[in-house]
Design a protein around this ligand. Structure first.
Ligand SMILES: [Zn+2]
Length: 807
């Protein structure tokens, strides 16, 4: 049992560490003081992760292998090798990496379960890659296919546009990751030789006094560190360090915050810019710090980590608040419906936090890792293994379908490589300290200096909080078992004060050894039992898995007056399919409402749902008072949403009326059938949802737009169910200047249907194009069954609409 004092001490330690940004990693040998237990040594057999990893191996990996072929990505390599004619390229200069990433994923999967057919197929792919490599090691199909006419993102000379968009080094980084994985899985050096030949070229070309350029999209730093560990070649580590140190402001150039080159990396203290690039870089900085002992990188990433967890992380562990630049937002800028929270950024967040743990040995990093893993990362993959999310928003009106494929497929191939590596995050060791970080039924084999240990976990996690462990050392030996006590089990959902539970966690964490309560100490979030262990020792831990309501820091204005539901590591959400009238945005729940957990075998592959009672709110015509009706409300785990088609979804539930989004009162607009001159129909919802925008550039409010069209005549139309008399129209334009591509229209007008004709209304006031307010036009009353809004787009921009009302 954890007594109150120990709990307080542990929390105090977290507070001190957070406030001080302290550096505690020591240089031990030349790598992380704490080493993960390789995933090949851990066999997961639970009911939660195992089916997902099998789905990845049996469905997603073959699916992605097929997709990289049918979308022409393999043809890129064949063309570069002159095996097929022509100079056609696929869309993006990082398309080669999808092949590398799926090879990496397939290699991990091979280590878990041998598959000779898959292994032979990888051999074939690798031979194709080898043929596309230039004699000196350069490997980048987007130039090699036709150096005289490369892709527009690629310079006339090698590396020329690397800092911009060519992604040459990004391709190299993923090649190295794949190569090491393939080598470890098969013992074959075929891909590793391609990788080292390429890395040797980079070593020759880059460095101070040579090509002094930084990677436009980071990842090569981590790749080089891994290649260094695998080959022992110090030049690779030196080059990784160079790629970090060469970043920084350039005289005469605008500071590149988007690409984390606005300052020297050691002078960066806040997370800025493109979230995936940034987080891959922070992980690379951790690698280089661990391998070189250079503490200046550590100070920087300690500060940046505190900035992210205190101010820039969604409750789901997702990072990157805004689609503009796929980037971190300002402090506390965490909009829900427009949340970007790219799947790749969640994967990057796991990589980074695991490295922070390996440096500091503190459970708070695994708390962040676990939160990300079970929520913002897992939501990226559908239950059928063949549909995906790129952004992972926390609210939806139904405009967020999962997709079978994205032209920019980074998140899809990243998922294939991450999932099978998961068992490698369960255990870690430092001399004779054995860390248990994640909970899932598995058997693990760990070689401590003092003895080999077999360890077994049996648990129904994340649905139940009991974990039974059997410790089987090869011989009786003294070592420390360090079991992570998740922050949520101690009443602290995250390190820092960004999120907190509404009620104290009163139930204690229980721990027994061979059936009896055991004395242990709390160290950095771990329950530590240091003793002589013998064969068959049984440890049982029980984490109190209560449903908790979570509040966000008051500075997160998008979550004001709202709470979220969490149970164990899982964040919950309301989804249309489980709730009255397929609506959830209009639901309000009392902050004190009791919530019951119920396991539903029949739902979403078997999930724990949360049941409670709330009210559905509706607006009425001619009164500001809401109509509120009591109704049962059901929440599902966030990761499982959007597996039953599209519709409303909401993580942050209003408990205050001011935060609620009541169902619109029936108006001419809200009861109309909407159509428009666009292909994406999900946007049509925006026009008559009666959600009031804060301003024209409000991305958190659903909006309609014609981007990327420009300079054309477009329309939207309302069809009525019966003839109506209309004499006024009000439009709130969407305009995302200066960074976006949408502006108020060049001109516009209103038409009404008269028989089979469309006639312009006779206005008595002006057609206006003002921003940040409604543009109301009055006209002589018309009796009609349909109205049309005709919009002339500006010469160089699209236009968009938040709301269109009629009276
Ligand atoms: Zn991605």
């Amino acid at each position: 049992m954890i007594c109150e004092t120990k709990k307080k001490l542990a929390l105090a330690a977290v507070a001190i560490a957070l406030g001080g940004g302290m550096v505690s990693a020591q240089k031990k040998g030349a790598d992380y003081p704490i080493q993960p237990v390789d995933f090949t040594q851990v066999h997961v057999h639970d009911n939660f992760w195992m089916p997902k990893m099998e789905l990845n191996a049996n469905v997603t990996i073959p699916y992605v292998l097929d997709k990289v072929k049918t979308t022409g990505r393999i043809d890129n390599f064949l063309r570069a090798a002159k095996k097929i004619p022509g100079d056609k390229l696929t869309t993006y200069t990082f398309d080669d990496t999808d092949i590398y990433k799926v090879i990496e994923g397939a290699s991990y999967a091979l280590q878990v379960k041998p598959d000779p057919k898959l292994e032979r197929y990888l051999d074939t792919l690798i031979a194709v890659i080898a043929d596309a490599q230039e004699p000196d090691g350069y490997l980048f199909t987007f130039r090699t296919i036709n150096p005289a006419k490369p892709h527009e993102w690629v310079g006339t000379k090698r590396w020329e546009k690397e800092e911009d968009l060519s992604h040459e080094l990004y391709n190299s980084g993923h090649l190295y990751e794949a190569a090491v994985a393939h080598y470890k899985a098969t013992g074959k050096k075929s891909l590793l030789n391609i990788a080292t030949k390429n890395a040797d070229l980079l070593v020759r070309d880059f460095g101070f006094g040579k090509e002094e350029r930084y990677p436009g999209h980071q990842v090569v730093e981590m790749g080089l560190a891994r290649l260094y560990r695998s080959t022992g070649k110090k030049e690779y580590l030196d080059l990784a360090k160079f790629f970090l140190d060469v970043r920084g402001p350039r005289p005469g150039q605008r500071p590149n915050e988007y690409g984390q080159a606005h300052k020297k990396v050691v002078d960066q203290h806040e997370a800025v810019g493109h979230a995936v690039r940034a987080t891959y870089m922070y992980a690379g900085m951790a690698d280089v710090a661990a391998l070189t002992g250079d503490k200046s990188y550590l100070t920087a990433i300690d500060h940046i980590w505190a900035d992210v967890v205190n101010k820039k992380m969604y409750l789901t562990g997702g990072i990157g608040a805004t689609g503009a630049g796929e980037a971190f937002g300002a402090a506390y800028q965490l909009p829900n419906m427009s949340a970007y929270a790219e799947t790749c950024a969640s994967i990057a967040n796991v990589y980074w936090n695991n490295r922070m743990f390996q440096l500091h040995g503190d459970a708070r990093y695994i708390d962040v890792l676990e939160r990300t893993l079970y929520n913002g990362l897992l939501s990226g993959l559908s239950l059928n293994g063949q549909q995906f999310f790129y952004p992972n928003p926390l609210a939806s009106m139904g405009q967020h379908p999962r997709r079978d494929w994205y032209d920019c497929a980074c998140c899809i191939s990243n998922m294939t490589r991450f999932l099978p590596s998961l068992p490698g995050y369960v255990y870690a060791q430092n001399n004779n300290d054995l860390y248990v970080n994640l909970f899932m039924s598995n058997t693990g084999k760990i070689q401590l200096p003092v003895t080999a240990v077999n360890i077994k976990q049996e648990t129904e996690y994340p649905w139940q909080g009991t974990v039974a462990m059997t410790i089987d050392p090869a011989k009786e030996a003294q070592f420390a078992l360090k079991v992570r006590v998740p922050g949520w089990a101690l009443g602290k959902p995250v390190p820092g004060d960004l999120y907190q539970f509404t009620s104290k966690q009163n139930k204690p964490v229980m721990m027994t050894l061979n059936g009896k309560p055991v004395a242990y100490t709390m160290e950095k979030g771990y329950a530590v039992v240091n003793r002589k262990w013998k064969k068959g020792d049984k440890v049982q831990v029980h984490f109190p898995m209560e449903t908790q309501k979570v509040l966000a820091h008051q500075s997160v204005k998008d979550d004001n007056g709202r709470f979220a539901l969490q149970r164990g590591p899982l964040v919950y959400t309301l989804e249309w399919a489980d709730n009255k009238d397929s609506s959830v945005q209009n639901i309000l729940i009392d902050k004190a409402a009791p919530v019951q957990a119920q396991f539903r075998n029949d739902l979403l592959g078997g999930v724990m749902v949360l049941n409670t009672t709330g009210v559905g709110a509706k607006r009425q015509v001619n009164s500001d008072a809401l109509i509120k009706t009591s109704q049962p409300v059901t929440a599902i785990p966030y990761f499982s949403w959007a597996n039953r088609g599209t519709g409303e979804m909401m993580v942050w539930i209003p408990y205050e009326e001011s935060a609620a989004k009541p169902k619109p009162a029936p108006t001419i607009a809200s009861t109309s059938k909407v159509s428009a001159s666009v292909t994406s129909k999900t946007m049509l919802l925006a026009l008559n949802d009666q959600a009031e925008p804060a301003n024209s550039n409000d991305h958190a409010n659903l909006y309609f737009h014609w981007w990327p069209k420009k300079n054309s005549l477009e329309w939207v139309q309302y069809d009525f169910d019966s003839e109506k008399t209309v004499s006024e129209s009000s439009i709130y334009w969407f305009d995302d200047a200066p960074f976006g591509g949408t502006r108020v229209p060049a001109s516009w007008r209103i038409l009404y249907k008269s028989g089979n004709e469309w006639l312009p209304v006779k206005t008595t006031t002006q057609y206006e194009v003002a921003k940040d307010r409604y543009n109301t036009v009055k006209f002589e009353p018309v009796k009609t069954t349909a109205m049309k809004l005709e919009v002339q787009l500006p010469e160089n921009h699209a236009s968009g609409i938040h709301e269109w009302k009629l009276k």
